[in-house]
Write a protein that binds this ligand. Structure first.
Ligand code: SF4
Length: 466
């Protein structure tokens, strides 16, 4: 009889499955253990589980994660292993709060006892050299731990092979924590055996989702593409008459996209093609590379657009506009996905970047809410939502929330808002802007503090929630 092992994480809504826990599940099942994955607070005998693995993701899940870890610490005698993104980046928070030393990065496991078992498995034996080097990280994920559970990532599980073809990144972008999680870059991990194992144990999947951090750095990139073509993910590939898709979810590094690599990615069924556009100083590079991507026939493009970092609202707008103009001029379909920067050493989402205010961030959110969370792809819709130029955009994001969300209903009020805004002297405007920068206003501030133009303008913000 094996040991009872619990894999768990807080009950947050994240559409991606916990790949690390799925691999740990394979590891324990190969050892003959009884593995369960549950997000509930389980009520069993204190000695029931020999090990409890708790994974963590982002800063804004902290409260739920804290509650979960404390529950298991209090109610079980088990060995508790905490890992995942947030714990790897902030080991000191976990040490201080729970007196636990998190597993930073990948958990290698006690692999020696497993080697004879792996040698006997026809598929796993082919990855033995990688297993000796990297441990659990190269094992196939176990999908069966989620059987019968309603989880936010059920659709992804149903349709996708979850794979890493590389791990880590040798770059060092200031806003990124990948290097804190993966010390070294692994430039090739097996794909075909993992797919075959999943196919044998679970079922064939139509699509493939890569969890790589930066695949283009790999000196084996061409081999990765060859392998993908061999396993049936070539351009135009179908499974049961449905088009297959291959998604490098963290995006492809445009800076490294040479003509040769573009040709390689065009030979697989990449959909969507994801890039990032984080810095306005890279506009020329972004434009020239995206043009080549469009010319290669890849027109379905997703672009992550970081904001609230060192950018200003003006350059955030301009980065969005570049993609929209390309859609207009080249008939492409570039969708922008704004990603609000929050340092992962925080335990909430309150961080405000140097050139932003709480109100401006909220203003962006209100625009996005007004267009169902998506930056419009077409120029006319984009202009309606974000404004025709960056200065209009900067005005929109400081308007009262109800005006931003329901602009058609509030046309007259918005015109009046513009007039009242323009009537203020620069010094009144500055004082009023600082008044509204952080707060919803429920009553007018002290009359003495503002002149009549300031008072009139502030009235727009009274009970401004839509
Ligand atoms: S290239 Fe991407 S993965 Fe690498 S450090 Fe920069 S943001 Fe992170």
């Amino acid at each position: 009889m094996g040991n009872n092992i619990l894999l768990t994480e807080a009950n947050y809504k994240d559409k991606y499955p916990p790949l690390g826990l799925m691999k740990i599940a394979t590891y324990h099942r190969l050892k003959g253990d009884n593995v369960i994955y549950k997000r509930d607070f389980l009520n069993k005998d204190r000695n029931y589980f020999s090990k409890i693995y708790i994974t963590t993701r982002f800063s804004f899940h902290w409260k739920k994660t804290e509650e979960l870890i404390k529950y298991y610490q209090k109610n079980y005698n088990s060995e508790i292993l905490v890992g995942g993104i947030h714990a790897s980046i902030n080991p000191e928070i976990y040490k201080k709060t729970f007196n636990l030393t998190p597993v930073v990065g990948s958990y290698k496991g006690e692999i020696d006892s497993l080697i004879p078992i792996i040698e006997q498995d026809e598929i796993l034996n082919t990855i033995l050299p990688d297993f000796r080097k990297y441990g659990i990280d190269v094992l196939p994920p176990d999908y069966s731990i989620f059987d019968g559970q309603e989880l936010p990532f059920n659709d992804i599980l149903r349709n996708n092979y979850l794979i890493r073809s590389t791990k880590g990144c040798t770059r060092n972008c200031n806003f990124c924590d990948v290097n804190k999680i993966c010390e070294d870059y692994i430039d090739r991990l097996p794909i075909q055996p993992i797919i075959n194992y999943i196919k044998n144990r679970h079922e064939e999947k139509k699509d493939i989702l890569f969890f790589d951090d930066n695949t283009l750095i790999s000196s084996n990139f061409h081999k990765i593409i060859e392998e993908l073509i061999d396993v049936g993910f070539y351009r135009g590939a179908k499974l049961s008459r449905k088009i297959r898709a291959c998604d490098f979810n963290q995006g492809i590094d445009l800076r490294l996209l040479t003509d040769e690599k573009l040709q390689l990615i065009s030979s697989i069924c990449l959909k969507p093609v994801r890039f990032a556009f984080d810095d306005i100083n890279l506009s020329s590079l972004f434009k020239s590379k995206i043009k080549k991507v469009i010319n290669s026939g890849l027109r379905n493009i997703s672009v992550y657009v970081l904001y609230n970092y060192n950018d200003s609202p003006k350059d955030f707008y301009e980065r969005l506009l570049i993609s929209v103009m390309y859609n207009k001029d080249y008939n492409s379909r570039i969708s922008s996905f704004p990603m609000k920067y929050i340092p992962n050493n925080q335990v909430n989402r309150k961080y405000i970047g140097r050139y932003w205010t709480k109100r401006k961030l909220r203003g962006v959110q209100c625009i996005l809410n007004g267009c169902h969370g998506i930056v419009p792809v077409k120029y006319d819709y984009f202009v309606n939502a974000f404004g025709e130029d960056s200065s209009t955009f900067e005005r929109i994001i400081i308007m009262p929330e109800k005006y931003i969300i329901k602009r058609k209903l509030n046309t007259d009020k918005i015109k009046q808002w513009e007039k009242d805004y323009n009537r203020m002297t620069p010094s009144t405007r500055e004082a009023v802007m600082s008044e509204i920068s952080a707060n919803v206003i429920y009553e007018l501030p002290n009359v003495q503090s503002y002149d009549s133009a300031g008072q009139t303008f502030l009235k727009h913000y009274l009970n401004e929630k839509y």
